[in-house]
Design a protein. Structure first.
Length: 268
């Protein structure tokens, strides 16, 4: 049965008369064997048609939750052949994923220079930059380890108005990696400003944070590093540290300020 799937996959990729002939013959086999798996059996009323139609049909599978998950046949076949993706993911985990509520484990210092941890760090940086965020933690890519990346480049800094920069005490900073970080409060004055999170995509809320903190830990080379930060950098540090403790900003936000960033477009 697995061989049929593999052959069908090859037939789709094949060009010319051989590919069409193989598709024609396999469509009958796949029709007989896979028909019960689909929520649209009427699509198979002509099984001799090109099985590329199967790519557009949703396959029904079930997760460990009562929610029903739908995949296109192409995604179903891809998962069958390649298997499920493994962490570190190339995407950001969303609220509801248990990894975001787990307590991240420390990394053995001797392992930091090993390929596994270096790959995790590189994935964090890549996903962070692609997502356009200023910080990302290992749990957000499915790995419950105490690793976090932060970056606020000059171009992102200049995107904000002068008044916003001054009010939030924004300063640009280069890519910074912390492993097994610990934090000490330097200024206990609480300031509240809007925050977002790629794990709760599309929403914002005002979150109270300490104005200034000191973070200590190891960098990507396993060297001891320390950073005293205030204002915007201090807020980013606290946000990412929360992820390592299984916390999200919604646990600390002013709930009355929680908004969907697209609410005005919805009303248009």
């Amino acid at each position: 049965y697995k061989s049929l799937h593999a052959l069908w996959f090859i037939s789709v990729m094949a060009a010319g008369g051989i590919g069409k002939l193989l598709q024609h013959r396999l469509s009958h086999c796949l029709y007989r064997g896979l028909k019960p798996m689909y929520s649209h059996p009427a699509a198979f009323s002509k099984p001799w048609c090109c099985p590329m139609v199967l790519v557009l049909i949703h396959c029904r599978t079930y997760s460990s939750t009562p929610q029903e998950k739908h995949r296109t046949y192409w995604k179903y076949l891809q998962r069958k052949v390649l298997g499920p993706p493994l962490p570190p993911y190339k995407h950001v985990c969303q609220a509801g994923d248990p990894v975001l509520r787990s307590l991240a484990a420390p990394v053995e210092p001797s392992r930091i220079v090993e390929p596994e941890i270096q790959n995790l760090i590189q994935t964090l940086v890549t996903v962070m930059r692609r997502s356009g965020c200023v910080g990302l933690s290992a749990p957000q890519v499915g790995v419950p380890l105490q690793v976090m990346a932060m970056e606020f480049p000059e171009e992102r800094y200049k995107e904000n108005s002068v008044s916003v920069r001054e009010a939030r005490e924004m300063v640009p900073f280069a890519l910074t990696i912390f492993i097994n970080p610990t934090m000490r409060v330097l200024d206990s004055h609480i300031v509240s400003f809007p925050e977002g999170c790629e794990s709760i995509s599309g929403f914002l809320a005002c979150v109270p944070r300490y104005r200034a903190v000191e973070i200590s830990g190891l960098n990507e080379k396993g060297e001891a590093v320390c950073w005293q930060a205030q204002g915007w950098p201090a807020r980013i540090i606290q946000h990412e540290l929360d992820h390592l403790h299984g916390l999200l900003y919604i646990d600390k936000m002013d709930s009355k300020t929680f908004v969907n960033i697209n609410w005005m477009q919805v009303n248009d």
